[in-house]
Design a protein around this ligand. Structure first.
Ligand code: WQD
Length: 329
């Protein structure tokens, strides 16, 4: 069996691609390289192109005898999705549909999709379960939910079985220091903590310290990117064993505040994180962390790495690659 990984030159995609190879899957990457990096794809074939290019997807599936797909390629900046919704609907929904339909026509039978916990918005109850109401508060979140729905309908009508993995907050880097994120393209907390710590920004902005949480700062579920990568292996294995289409949280079950991240970073690195308290960021929920019971029960997956592992790996990666893969030898 051969897996096509879209977005396999990106942050989570490259780490998952390498793990799939290590676990004995034959892997091919499809990436436009608009935001991904050629240097992040080693030892597997890289097809440069867009998911919306049906002819290319069909040709790639045929040429490489693709049986399975793991789909990461998407835009993921929440703020940008509100400023330029068309860009997100075009790529994340129309492009995803072109990919899903071409893949189904080409005989792909198993599909794993990068969805997001941001479809829960500000949940009433935490840890949030998959049964919670969907409350998309951004175009980005809506595009992910729409793609989940496309996959549900392709399961019903065309027999394409899929797992939509609802990621909580991916963070950290490959533990050997070779793959990670570029803070220039990220709005996320951990890269910005590292940027401030390493002196590439004057200070971290802490977006709000008046939330109804224990220390007043936002609470999230930070999951090590290597644990996240493992969930894709588990999802493919589940589908190969005949598992039904489903969606599933991928988180740790533990809530961590922005201040917890700062104090953990200072303890793990021995360095000070300069920070200022800034106004709340529009659209940010106070508290969102996930109940990972379904992933454990159905996929046999649970997170193994700690917050210290997340911070240590991010620190090693960003210290050595302040320009992301651009500074990779
Ligand atoms: C985490 C916490 C911020 C930056 C978003 C998407 C979600 C997922 C991950 C995927 C919040 C605070 C952040 C900073 C801060 N998407 N913060 N200063 O908002 O939970 O989730 O990214 O691709 O779909 O919605 O993640 O890392 O941006 O923020 O104080 O400079 O850190 O307010 O409490 P978020 P985040």
């Amino acid at each position: 069996m051969t897996v096509l990984v879209t977005g396999g030159a990106g942050y989570i995609g490259s780490i998952t691609t390498r793990l799939l190879s290590e676990r004995g899957f034959d892997v091919v990457v499809l990436d436009s390289l608009e935001l991904g990096h050629r240097a992040a794809v080693t030892d597997v074939p890289l097809v440069v192109g867009n998911i919306a290019d049906r002819d290319l997807v069909t040709k790639t599936c045929k040429e490489h005898k693709i049986t399975d797909m793991v789909h990461f390629a998407a835009y993921k900046a929440v703020g940008e999705s509100m400023a330029d919704p068309g860009k997100y609907f075009d790529n994340n929904v129309t492009g995803a549909h072109a990919l899903i339909s071409a893949a189904t026509d080409a005989g792909v039978s198993n599909f794993v999709f990068s969805s997001t916990a941001s479809i829960y918005g500000d949940p009433d109850i935490v840890p949030v379960t998959e049964e919670a109401e969907v409350r998309c508060e951004s175009v980005y979140a809506a595009t992910k939910r729409m793609t989940e729905q496309i996959l549900e309908w392709y399961s019903t009508t065309r027999g394409l079985r899929s797992v939509s993995l609802r990621y909580f907050n991916a963070a950290g880097a490959a533990s050997d220091g070779s793959l990670g994120e570029n803070w220039r393209y990220s709005q996320n907390l951990v890269p910005h903590v590292m940027k401030a710590l390493l002196g590439f920004a004057p200070a971290l902005k802490v977006f709000g310290n008046d939330y109804p949480t224990e220390d007043g700062t936002g609470v999230r579920d930070y999951i090590h990117v290597e644990d996240l990568a493992e969930s894709h292996v588990s999802a493919l294995t589940y589908l190969h064993n005949g598992g039904d289409t489903m969606m599933c949280n991928v988180g740790t079950g533990v809530g961590t505040s922005v201040m917890d991240i700062i104090t953990t970073t200072e303890r793990v690195t021995g360095r000070t994180v300069p920070y200022d308290i800034a106004p709340r960021r529009a659209g940010d929920p106070a508290c969102c962390y996930g109940n990972p019971a379904r992933a454990k029960q159905v996929l046999g997956w649970s997170s193994r790495r700690s917050l210290d592992d997340i911070i240590a790996s991010a620190y090693a990666w960003h210290s050595a690659h302040p320009e992301g893969h651009a500074t990779q030898a």
